[in-house]
Write a protein that binds this ligand. Structure first.
Ligand code: NAP
Length: 332
């Protein structure tokens, strides 16, 4: 189905140059183009603000913006017009490839889309691409731990951390999560976390006591600095320490002894690289499984607030607001 450009008044957020997101974003009106052969015009339903989006705007992400650029690494939308046989108006989709989702509409190649189960909640679906898949890869991509064994992670309250807790529980893998705030201990325990402690030296001692002599097969690091080191100290000999985020913006310092005597392995994960390099059938099979869990309500990421595109200053302000209780999303 074709749509006359003039019938759609679109809106998107753009940056002309990289820098501090609050300073560099602006709202732009545009007329979404008709999809060409093999393309699809998607009307956006929701798109979250992820740390990666902020890094993209700052120019510090693994993909540099092709300026001027519309940010948004993920989101959920509904097909409005299609030039591809596999997609029809009304299909709900997410984007496995970069799609500039902070907009009312986006035109993308159909081959980068993933079709969602119809009943899925659009806010939860908008957050499906990045964090659930990252948690999945952390648990499966470095030698899946045996049921009953432990993994350890920091930023336990992050969206990834919560996905790790939910997916690990299903696999029978036990999770030890480090958090910054005491009120999160009960909350993450209710979610299914086996052990939740504060991310400080007292917390490390409590973690060792809780493990009772056991050590972890894998450590998932989204913080860096001292927190990353605490995770290393909970790893077993030959255990794998995977860095996938750097919330504290501090480098890893690795004591010589942990390499010489414990032979811990330092690895990294970028889910974008997995999506781009893994066989398409494997990627789609993982997303089908994750989408089914999201649709069933067994894999949930909390939502703090939703904002129209032109309220981006309020959306960005929520990111650092005290007591933020989940993801901030745009609902164009
Ligand atoms: N490599 C990849 O492919 C990949 C994929 C997904 C995510 N990530 C990364 O994973 C991390 C988490 O992402 P997300 O979307 O799950 O995050 P999120 O839901 O926005 O949560 C951010 C988390 O970071 C914690 N935090 C914030 N500032 C911190 C600081 N200065 N020191 C220590 N902790 C801090 C927060 O603690 P509170 O809970 O106390 O507020 C919260 O738990 C980010 O670094 C992101 O870039 C990487």
């Amino acid at each position: 189905m074709a749509i006359d450009d003039a019938t759609i008044g679109g809106q998107r957020l753009v940056i002309e140059e990289t820098g501090v997101p609050m300073d560099k974003l602006r709202v732009q009106a545009f007329s979404p183009p008709q999809p060409g052969a093999g393309q699809v015009l998607v009307r956006m339903l929701a798109a979250p603000v992820n740390p990666a989006d902020l890094n993209f705007i700052e120019g510090t992400y693994g993909v540099k913006p092709n300026l001027p650029a519309t940010p948004g690494v993920e989101g959920c939308g509904v097909v409005e017009a299609s030039g591809a046989a596999d997609y029809q108006a009304g299909d709900r989709v997410i984007f496995l490839r970069r799609a500039a989702t902070w907009a009312t509409h986006t035109v993308v190649a159909a081959e980068g889309l993933f079709k969602l189960p119809p009943a899925i909640d659009p806010l939860q679906a908008a957050m499906l691409k990045v964090n659930p898949a990252t948690a999945w890869r952390l648990l499966h991509g470095f030698g899946k731990p045996q049921a009953g064994s432990w993994i350890v992670q920091n930023a336990g309250n992050s969206a990834v951390g919560r996905c790790v807790i939910q997916l690990a529980r299903e696999l029978g893998i036990r999770t030890l999560s480090l958090v910054r705030r005491p009120e999160l201990i009960d909350e993450l325990s209710r979610l299914g976390g086996d052990c939740v402690v504060l991310d400080d030296e007292a917390g490390l001692a409590a973690a060792k006591a809780a493990l009772g002599g056991a050590t972890a097969a894998l450590a998932f690091n989204a913080v860096g600095g001292d927190s990353a080191l605490r995770l290393m100290n909970l790893l077993r000999e030959g255990g794998v320490h995977i860095t996938f985020g750097a919330m504290a913006k501090r480098p890893l310092t690795v004591p010589n002894g942990l390499l010489i005597f414990r032979d811990i392995q330092l690895r990294g994960l970028w889910v974008t690289r997995w999506i781009e390099n893994a066989p398409d059938a494997e990627v789609r099979a993982v997303y089908a499984g994750l989408a089914a869990r999201v649709a069933a309500g067994t894999l949930v990421q909390p939502v703090d607030s939703t904002h129209p595109l032109d309220a981006y200053p309020a959306a960005l302000a929520r990111l650092t607001a005290e007591g933020r209780a989940g993801k901030v999303l745009f609902v164009p």
